[in-house]
Design a protein around this ligand. Sequence first.
Ligand code: ZN
Length: 439
Amino acid sequence: MTEDHPAVLALQALVRHPTVADRDPARTDPAPFTALRATLAEHFPRLHDLELTDVEPHALLVRWPGRTPGDPVVLMAHLDVVPVEDGWTHPPFAAEIHDGAVWGRGTLDDKGSVVGICAAVEELLAEGFVPSRDVWLSFGSTEEVSGTTAVDAVAQLRSRGVTPWFVLDEGGAVASGAFPMVTAPLAVVGVTEKGVTSVELVAEGAGGHASTPAANGPTARLARAITALERSPLPARAPAPTLELLRRLGPQLPAPLRPLLARADRLAPVLTRVLRAAGAEAAAMVRTTAAVTTLSGSPALNVIASSARAGVNLRVMVGDTVDGVLAHVREVVGDGVRVEVVERNEPSPVSPWDDDAFRLLERITTEEFPDAVPTPYVMMAATDARFFTAISERVYRFTPFRMTREQRATIHAADERIGVQDLLDGVRWYRRLLEELPA
Ligand SMILES: [Zn+2]
């Protein structure tokens, strides 16, 4: 009975610890994290006999020594989850099984991966298996709050002289319903991610009584800046991983459309225009986006603002740079509005797909999910993987679980759940990856 499988029991036990981190480490309740680490040790005892390093506050680095001194492989996942909101069909931290799925916060993001990796390692240890090269496991505890554990894990690995052959973190999935007219699931492997950069637009003035307003005050200038920004987006350009995705998608499309995508490289400008026009999600695949998120002005209805501010969240596309994007924003908003940089992150370097490491992931994916089409892509969201680009040229973002469109929408939302069989298929995928690492 699959529901009694040790991996399923382990996932249920981990989900029952509400490991929600806070941006302020002092405000994170450590109890669920401590309990989760104990549960992990209980369910995966052999793994916990390997060489363990604690990374503050609750992260874990594991070294599984291999047979040869080849460059090691790093498998990543994170132990923390995002908070829950209302609207769950089944309680978010009870890990109940309904309709063949384990329901709960973190089942997909990212305790499913934690269990997938640990169960594969545990099974292989029980069989006396030794990997061909060192395998490191890095389980962060602050991924969802952009905390320090991934940075600290990278520092640890660097100090040990570890230069990974490749790094695999959460990311794309075996995603069905990802593209209109395409019935095959796409196994999308993130080879880069956009850079999250935030600025505040600030307009200042004299303020004063609302009964005697002067023209062109801070709020009017700010409003003009915001509309100007929306009217002048950054130029759209499909980056190489997106073109490769379109090329691989081609054979899945109805016959009349196939030739178009087979020549994706040459038709890049046309495809870029098509994607740009095909809705917000597709448009985000081909350009740096800017979203005005926060707004503030005067605290009272009868007071003119002396300072008006708008927060802008920018997602910097591969091929653009933070400096280039900031120059564009400054030019568009013009004089009279200051641009203050709050955080700046470049897009991640692009990892290769015409490469043995990628081909290994691709082959195992094709063999384990024969109906799926593996392809590189650009991840829109930020992951801890980006920090590992400092020590490895090959950083891939893939979660080997089947996910429907509806399931993908439950990540960071209500009703997150993973199919029991999908979890077990994922365990097998990780197992094969470990077994088939070349020397
Ligand atoms: Zn995650």
